[in-house]
Design a protein around this ligand. Structure first.
Ligand SMILES: [Cu+2]
Length: 129
């Protein structure tokens, strides 16, 4: 059972779930659900936002901040399309990784009238196809 849970966790990009407490005290969860394996070129990122009760979180804005550090303080982003809420709380973002290697990802979640949250995920690997 524990082994299965571990496998499921590893199937997510870096086991990527983050619990967030907003400036107004509201707690919610950001689960990075796809893709299981990132490849150089086109991918579709999928994030699910849920309240503590497990209901979809209503965000007014969602943004992704992909970044690759290249050394000596240099780095670069990569092209993404506008995030789209495909079902309540589920955000889909087409992305084009310009390089394989280690990337970082942060997402910005905004709700009406509350300071936006920036949620950082652990570094993950983009494979060369
Ligand atoms: Cu690079």
């Amino acid at each position: 059972m524990i082994r299965l849970a571990l496998l499921l966790l590893l199937a997510l990009p870096g086991g990527q779930v983050r619990d967030v407490t907003s400036a107004d005290g509201v707690r919610y969860r950001v689960a990075w659900e796809a893709p299981a394996r990132h490849v150089a070129g086109t991918n579709a990122l999928v994030f699910r936002l849920t309240t503590r009760a497990g209901r979809p979180l209503r965000a007014t804005r969602f943004a992704v901040l992909p970044w690759m550090w290249m050394g000596r303080g240099d780095g670069h982003a990569t092209p993404t399309e506008a995030p789209r809420e495909t079902s309540p709380g589920v955000w889909r973002v087409p992305i084009y990784y310009v390089m394989p290697g280690e990337w970082t990802m942060a997402v910005v979640v905004a709700r009406r009238g509350v300071r936006p949250d920036t949620v950082r995920f652990a570094p993950f690997l983009v494979h060369d196809r």
